[in-house]
Design a protein around this ligand. Structure first.
Ligand code: SAH
Length: 356
């Protein structure tokens, strides 16, 4: 494609309220390095204009790997009997949160498998304790739950919620999520927004059977939903999952998706995901150079960390806790940017909080 045509394509995507699917597909199929550089630097300038140079930190604690679901890509799937399961107790969890806060990180992401045995009031109590003892923002990522649970957690002080749609194509979604309902996931995202959470979603790039058109539609889904946060990571096959032996997701395609999502959504928070750092090399730096503005250092204590095996080869599983955080400064400096140690709430216009 001539540089003139490429510039026109990127301008069209940037300026349109809802871009043409073919335009997005065309941009997703760019291959030539000069063209890719153009796409990535366009996205980087949109990031700079709408999000600034701060790299935001979200510390993650993976507090339980129990899961009732059978997602074909995930190592935590309930049929994986080889994995020893753990659930951190309150004391362990609060200790990890305390450490995270001492590192000057202002957001704690509490993540687990979809564990129906997870007692909503137990988690509500943890949230209240965190909010009363530390000056922290609490993000939850514990999957699909009832409106009632989401409400209890919100009332206990939870601020944000991450629930990736994984793929916005209903048929593709059904093909890899037995016993799950695409519409229910959409309903959960909707309920979370209505309850006043800052809501994050996202997808996986390179899922078996996924086409470029599917990814283009995901990007449109992100735009239409006006999400506060969007996590985009490559598929990494896990040996003890249904998709064992499948091809892993392509790093460049993941970067292209990040770039186009940035160009379209402008000010959503987009992490350079841990999965992006866990391919043949660490592509998180590349992610930060093509639209991403968030890093998620891992604060799960080491004995548990290697058991939170959603995919193999996860970056930094063998490092001691907090080392991640330390290395973030080096990453930021190497890019001529800085670590933003503020709470860094959503850049989106504060939504009206409805009490449902
Ligand atoms: N149970 C929670 C989140 C736990 S896993 C929930 O359902 O929201 C967090 C994310 O890991 C998932 O949303 C998924 O996008 C990602 N993931 C799981 N298995 C993966 C794999 N094999 N490769 C890449 N990402 C994966």
């Amino acid at each position: 494609m001539s540089m003139f045509k490429l510039k026109a394509l990127l301008d069209r995507i940037y300026e349109s309220e809802l871009p043409d699917l073919n335009d997005l597909e065309q941009a997703l199929s760019l291959k030539n390095q000069v063209e890719l550089d153009k796409l990535f630097s366009f996205a980087d300038s949109v990031r700079k204009e709408f999000c600034g140079d701060g790299i935001i930190l979200r510390g993650i604690i993976e507090f339980s790997n129990f899961c009732d679901k059978e997602c074909f890509y995930c190592g935590l799937n309930k049929n994986n009997r080889k994995l020893s399961r753990y659930r951190m107790n309150q004391e362990e969890l609060i200790k990890s949160v305390k450490y995270l806060a001492s590192c000057n990180v202002k957001t704690v992401v509490l993540q687990s498998g979809e564990d129906q045995a997870l007692d909503a009031l137990w988690l509500a109590d943890i949230i209240s304790q965190i909010k009363s003892r530390f000056d922290l923002v609490v993000t939850l990522s514990v999957g699909e739950r009832s409106m009632q649970d989401y409400r209890v957690w919100k009332e206990s002080g939870a601020d944000r919620y991450l629930l990736k749609i994984e793929t916005s194509d209903k048929d593709l979604y059904s093909s890899m999520h037995p016993q799950m309902d695409f519409n229910q996931r959409l309903d959960c995202l909707d309920a979370l927004g209505k309850l006043g959470y800052q809501v994050g979603t996202g997808n996986i790039i390179g899922l078996p059977g996924q086409s470029l058109k599917n990814i283009a539609k995901d990007i449109i889904f992100f735009k239409q939903g006006d999400f506060d946060m969007i996590g985009i990571g490559p598929f990494i096959p896990h040996g003890d999952s249904q998709f064992s032996g499948e091809k892993k997701g392509d790093a460049t395609l993941t970067l292209k998706t990040i770039a186009l999502t940035r160009i379209l959504t402008r000010n959503a928070h987009i992490p350079a995901t841990t999965a992006l750092g866990s391919l043949d090399k660490d592509y998180r730096l590349d992610g930060l150079k093509c639209g991403a503005n968030v890093l998620m250092p891992n604060f799960t204590p080491p004995p548990f960390r290697k058991l939170y095996q959603i995919y193999p080869g996860k970056r930094c599983v063998d490092e001691s806790v907090g080392v991640c955080n330390f290395c973030m400064d080096g990453v930021a400096k190497s890019l001529g940017r800085f670590i933003d140690y503020s709470k860094a709430h959503s850049f989106k216009q504060k939504k009206e909080i409805s009490h449902v």
